[in-house]
Design a protein around this ligand. Structure first.
Ligand code: ATP
Length: 329
């Protein structure tokens, strides 16, 4: 099957800034693909390269098997939902949604029919006559989505589309976007710096750092088997265990990651530790522990009985939960 997007050694440099640096990337047709990374890691530049708003300094891009270089954005069968929605304030919702059809010369009756259908899809039926200024942030986001979907793109690019929404609405939109993507079967490429969002929504995630991709995989792979310290730290929180510690615990002399939820308080055996402090997180409580010189974080149900800070405790974990990392960077 042809990939929706393929990058071969693609770079985009701005003078001395290597925004994207020799990236190889394949986005499969029909998948929900997330680009995750800290600010300035090159995610948006990658998206702009796919959209055609940027050209690579080096390398080659294909979209559904066709060379993308030199093809203008509007001929790529790709559309973008921008973080700030970029709606025209003087046009009503229907005209905003149908804008690309108007540019293509589609007649008014057909435009209206398509806009009504697109607004239905994003659960805003009847909102056509309103102006963007008369909508909530979440509704504007849906209008931007309808506008991007009306041209039936093969790839939809979403640049932090939920960034401006409050937590509750964000979670609702995450569900809706995922359901919409499955229903339409369009390839979604979603940029976010929120690891929870990437893990919960995507079929596969690419983790970016400094213009490079550190790891690509299914959310469970990225979380359970981070390849590097950077990925282990960026995707969820993790205990990064140095080789000396692991060796002292009977393991190999290598860097490893151990997730806080895999560190258990035990009554007997295990490792001697001191409970240094705690943070209440609602259902769970995060414990700060020290095992000799090594600090460890553990996540335990808040309902479990806990000794006072400063108490001597015992901790343990399953050998399977220790993940040895290939790359110590
Ligand atoms: P954010 O999450 O903050 O949007 P990002 O991961 O999307 O970040 P990019 O916007 O791709 O990062 O930027 C990558 C790097 O390239 C940054 O250092 C940025 O300052 C730089 N950059 C991006 N566009 C340009 C440009 N037109 N001219 C110069 N530098 C640029």
């Amino acid at each position: 099957m042809i990939d929706a997007v393929s990058f071969s050694k693609v770079s985009r440099h701005f003078g001395s800034i290597k925004a994207v640096d020799a990236i190889d990337l394949n986005v499969r047709a029909g998948e929900f693909f997330a680009m995750l990374g800290p600010s300035g890691s090159g995610k948006t530049t990658c998206l702009r390269l796919i959209a055609g708003f940027e050209q690579p300094t080096r390398g080659h891009i294909e979209i559904f098997g066709e060379t993308a270089e030199g093809v203008s954005p509007y001929r790529r069968n790709v559309n973008t939902v921008f973080q700030d929605y970029a709606l025209f304030p003087h046009m009503n919702v229907e005209d905003n949604v149908a804008y690309s059809l108007m540019i293509k010369g589609v007649g008014k009756t057909e435009r209206r029919r398509a806009a009504v259908e697109a607004l239905q899809l994003v659960q805003l039926p009847g909102y056509g006559p309103r102006r963007p200024g008369q909508l909530s942030g979440g509704q504007r986001q849906r209008v931007a989505l309808a506008r991007a979907l009306i041209g039936k793109p093969k790839v939809l690019l979403l640049d932090e589309p939920l960034g401006a929404l409050d937590l509750k609405l964000r979670e609702q939109m995450q569900e809706e976007l995922k359901a919409l993507q499955k229903k339409l079967g369009i390839t979604f490429v979603f940029v976010t710096h929120d690891q929870g969002e990437a893990l919960s929504m995507a079929d596969r995630v690419a983790v970016f750092n400094e213009g490079r991709i550190m790891q690509v995989g299914a959310p469970q792979d990225i979380y359970r088997r981070p390849r590097s310290r950077f990925v282990a730290n960026f995707v969820g929180s993790s205990n990064i265990l140095p080789p000396e510690f692991l060796q002292a615990c009977g393991g190999p002399a290598a860097w490893a990651s151990l997730r806080p939820e895999d560190v258990n308080l035990v009554a007997a055996e295990g490792h001697e530790a001191i409970l240094i402090g705690r943070s209440y997180l609602g259902g769970m409580t995060r414990l700060a522990l020290s095992v000799g010189p090594q600090r460890l974080s553990a996540l335990v149900p808040s309902s479990s009985p806990l000794p006072d800070d400063g108490a001597a405790v015992r901790v343990d974990w399953n050998a399977d939960d220790i993940h040895i990392m290939e790359d110590e960077t």
